[in-house]
Ligand binder design. Structure first.
Ligand code: TYC
Length: 102
């Protein structure tokens, strides 16, 4: 619609109905104990990465100390962090996952 009401001629506001949610990066942190294959599994299982991309991200974290697994709206990012932390603890690994505003 435009900025004028069709019947009354009164001004109306043209504006997208919804606002975009803020996005959050989900980060994996390096440690000395979590097996590389487990980190690859986490990236495949919770972040829908294929084997090559998962391995690339894992090696990036291994060498740089931190890396981005994906970017999501707040609640999705929060769920991924919880899933990764729970799954890692269930399997006896100290892997750390966190999030930060993009
Ligand atoms: N540094 C670990 C090792 O040498 C592998 C690893 C990679 C751990 C990425 C955590 O987020 C991580 N086994």
């Amino acid at each position: 619609r435009g900025n004028e009401d069709g019947r009354t001629g009164l001004a109306t506001k043209t504006r997208p109905k919804t606002k975009k949610p803020s996005l959050y990066k989900v980060l994996l942190l390096n440690d000395d104990y979590t097996p590389m294959e487990f980190v690859v599994l986490v990236l495949e299982k919770f972040f829908a990465k294929g084997p090559d991309e998962a391995t690339r991200i894992m090696l990036h974290v291994h060498h740089k100390g931190v890396g981005v697994c994906g970017v999501y709206p707040y609640e999705v990012a929060e769920t991924k962090v919880t899933q990764v932390m729970d799954f890692s603890r269930q399997n006896g690994h100290p892997l750390q996952c966190t999030m930060e505003k993009e």
